[in-house]
Design a binder for this molecule. Sequence first.
Ligand code: DMJ
Length: 641
Amino acid sequence: MVFRKLPGVSASGMGLRLSQKFVFLLFLSGLVTLCFGALFFLPDSVRLKRIFLSKTETQPVTVGSGSENDAREHLKRPKNQGGMTPAKGETSTKLKSLSRKPPVSHEATEERLAGGKAQEDLTLPRSKTESASAKATSSDHGANSDTFSYNKFKGCLLKPPLGRDNGKPSDPKTNERREKVKEMMKFAWDNYKRYAWGKNELRPLTRNGHIGNMFGGLRGASIIDSLDTLYIMGLMEEYNDAKEWVQTSLDLNSNGEASLFEVNIRYVGGLLSAYYLTGEELYKSKVMELGEKLLPAFNTPTGIPRGVINLGSSGTSWSWGWASAGSSILAEFGTLHLEFVHLSELSRNPIYTEKVMNIRKLLSKIEKPHGLYPNFLSPVSGNWVQHHVSIGGLGDSFYEYLIKSYLMSDKTDGNAKTMYYGALEAIEANLVQKSPGGLTYMAEWRGGILDHKMGHLACFSGGMIGIGADDGAPEKRQHYMDLAAEITHTCHESYTRSATKLGPEAFRFDGGGEATATRLSDRYYILRPEVIESYMYMWRLTHDPKYREWGWEAVEALEQHCRVESGFSGIRDVYTMTASHDNMQQSFFLSETLKYLYLLFSDDDLLPLEDWVFNTEAHPLPIIRKSCLQDEATQDKTVSE
Ligand code: DMJ
C-alpha cells in the first residue's frame, strides 16, 4: 500500500503544524497528569505514596512485634516460587465463591519498600523462633516448672474430658441416634481409608483422593481433622491407624504454599486437640515443629500475617491474589489466637502469644467504621482496605475467637471480652435485621449499604452468641439468649424451606423470598457444620429438645442426599431432589459436622464446656487455668476417667 502525501500536511514527523503541535502537547500533558493521579488512586501503593505524600499520611499502624525489620527478613529469601491460587471447589469455604487471581508476591513489594537494600544481610537471627521447639522437652510428664506438665494440666480440669461413660445418654432413643452418627463417621472414615489414604480428602464418586493446594505440601488433612472425633467416639482401631499415620507419614518438611488459616485451624488445631486428649508426645512434637514454620508469615511491617505461606525454609508469604490490594483477611489473621496461645503454653515460649496479641492490639487501636470490623486490612499500612463487613465468610471466626479467647483464658482476657461485646453491639446496631416474616438474620454491610443476605457460614453465630450470653452485661443475658435462639431458628428455616432439608450456601431476604437462595450459584451444600454447630451449643445451653430434633432432621437429610456408595458428598442444589453430587467429602465433615452431631446426642459431660472451647474446626482446646497450673499442689493431681 502506498501512502500519498496529503495536501498541506508536512510529510516529515517533525514538520507538524502549530495547531497539531498544540494538540499533541495537550494530549501528552493530559497523559502525564493521568498517570500521576493514578498513583494516588492505586489502593495501598504505599511506596509510591511514601515518595509523594508526607510521612505521617502513610505511617503504618504498628503496635509492637511486627516491624519493618521483620519484613526485611524476607529480603534474603528466594523470589516468589510461583503463584498459588486456591483451587476452585477447595474446601474452604470462606474463599469458596470468590474469584481467584494469582497471589501478590510480597517479595517484590518488600524489596521496593526497602529501597534497594536487598543486598544487605538483613536476616534476623532465628534464635527466637528456633528456641520455640528447643524449649519444649520431648517428655515433660514430670513437674519441671519450665516445661509443660501433662499431668498438671489434667489436674486442672474440672471434669474428666470424656465424662462418666463417654457421654453415653441414658435415653435409648438419643443413644440410638448417637450410634447412627458414629456409624456415619465410620463409613466416612473407612471409605477415606480405602480410597484416599494419606490424601487430603476423599472423592467419593470417583473413589480417589484429593490433594488440592490449601495445605501446601501437607497431606492427610482428613486424618488430622479426624483424630479427636475418632477418639471421642471410641473408634479406637481407626484412631490407632490415624495415630500410626501421623507417626510414620506426616511429613512437615513440605515446601509448598499453604493457607496459614487452614493449616492453623485444621493441622495445628487437630494436633493440639489430639495431644490434650491423649497425652501422646508425638502430637506435641509435631505441632511444635509445625507452629514454628508458621512464624515467618508475621514478618510484615505491622505484624499482621499474610494469607499464604511457604512452609519450606524460605518462609516466604503472600497475600491472596484475589484479596484487594494485597490485603489480609479478618477471618484469617483473626483466627489464630486460640491455637497460638496453646503453642506458647506447650513450648513455654511466649513468641506465639506475642504474635497474636500484636494482631489484637492493632485491631483494638485502629479506627472502626461504626464500631464494625471490615474484612480486609493491609498488612503493610495496618489500615482497612475496604468497608465490607460480614459475620459470614471473610469475617466469621474473628468474632468467634474473641469470645472464645476470653473463655479459654479462664475469663481473664478482659481485652478480648471488651472487643467481643463491642463488636456484638455494633453488629446488632448495623447488621441484625428482622424480616417481614419475623425471621432474625445478619445482613452484610458494604460501606453503609446493607446486602440482605446471610451465608451458611454466618449460622455459627447462633452458638457463638449463646456461649457469650453469660458474660456480657447481666441485664443483657436473656437478650443474647433470645438473639442466639432467633438466629438458630432462622438457619433452621433455611434448611426446612429446601426440598432436601439441607441449607444453601447463602440465603436472602429480599426479592420476595425469605431464608431461601435466589441465585443458582448459592444453592449448593458442601457438608458444612455451622447450622448443626449452633444446634449443639443451643442444646447444651437450654436443653430445649427441639435442637436435638433439628439435628436429627439433618442426619436424615445427610443420609438421604449426601451419602453415596463410597462416602459422603456435597450436593449442588438443595432445592432439587435429584441430587447432583460434587464428589467431595470435606475434611471438616469428619472434624466438625459429625462431631457436633455426636455431641448433640451425647450427655453434656463429654467435653464439658466448663473445661473446653472448640476451635473453629471443632477441635477441642482446654481452658487455661493459670492459677491452677502455677499451683504446686496440683502438680500430681490427675483426674480419673
Ligand atoms: C471450617 O473449615 C471452619 O469452620 C471455618 O471457620 C469456616 N468454615 C469451614 C466449614 O464450613
